[in-house]
Unconditional design. Structure first.
Length: 163
């Protein structure tokens, strides 16, 4: 509801606006915003923990704000007029760090095979991230369908990492 020229009273350039949007997106994707004590209490049932974890991520990803942010990031990455150095790792680093701690705890509890925690994190997150982009690129995001696929992935993942 404001004029474009009024925005520049708060930001010196389009790049500054863009960087602020990136920071906002990183804040929304902060693992601490959905990995809370209630969720961590489920670690004694890791498969249930991963189901809830995936649901919380998908809940975030299905918001209009997050879908618009992701589309903006995809467009910006392939737009030569936007100069920024941001990788997927930057966007998912907080979630990855949180998961690495979870995998360390599961290892301490002797629930999982002795794999590298960073590798486990990537193997868990990668299919979910691909799922996110696949549905967003098609402009179609059926949350129930996404959750069903995520659950299949979690079953497969858990069967391969549990002791």
């Amino acid at each position: 509801g404001i004029r474009e020229s009024a925005i520049y009273n708060h930001f010196p350039s389009k790049k500054a606006i863009f960087l602020e949007l990136i920071n906002d997106g990183k804040d929304r994707a902060n693992a601490s915003s959905f990995v809370n004590d209630e969720l961590l209490d489920k670690l004694d049932n890791p498969e249930r923990f991963f189901d809830l974890f995936a649901e919380k991520i998908i809940d975030l990803w299905t918001t209009l704000e997050e879908r618009m942010f992701t589309k903006m990031m995809i467009q910006a990455k392939f737009n030569s007029s936007v100069d920024f150095d941001l990788t997927l790792n930057d966007l998912f680093s907080s979630i990855s760090e949180g998961l690495e701690i979870v995998f360390q705890q599961l290892s301490n509890y002797d629930y999982i095979k002795p794999y590298d925690k960073e590798l486990l994190t990537e193997q868990f997150l990668a299919p979910l991230i691909v799922l996110k982009f696949r549905f967003l690129i098609n402009n179609y995001f059926d949350k129930e369908q996404v959750l069903a696929y995520a659950k299949k992935h979690i079953r497969y993942f858990w069967e391969n990492v549990r002791k």
